[in-house]
Design a protein around this ligand. Sequence first.
Ligand SMILES: [Zn+2]
Length: 85
Amino acid sequence: MVRPSLRVAKTRKRRTPSETKLRRIEKRTKKPHCSNCRAILHGVAFGSRNRVKKMSKSERLPTRQHAGHLCSNCLKSAIKAEVRS
Ligand SMILES: [Zn+2]
């Protein structure tokens, strides 16, 4: 178990008619970015690991080369540069 001071998930109090409950709030994750130009990648799943794991494989990543690393523009120019060299 993680030491309480190092925990990332925060807890909030939530009042219900009978009692006050503690609710865990997951850490917000950033959207995935292109490793070349830092543009936001579309079609790439993000969020908690539990949420991503429940998705189907085709929902998590596009099915092309360098999906999840390069945006479509950077991939296009990388393929062109490789063919021309
Ligand atoms: Zn890019």
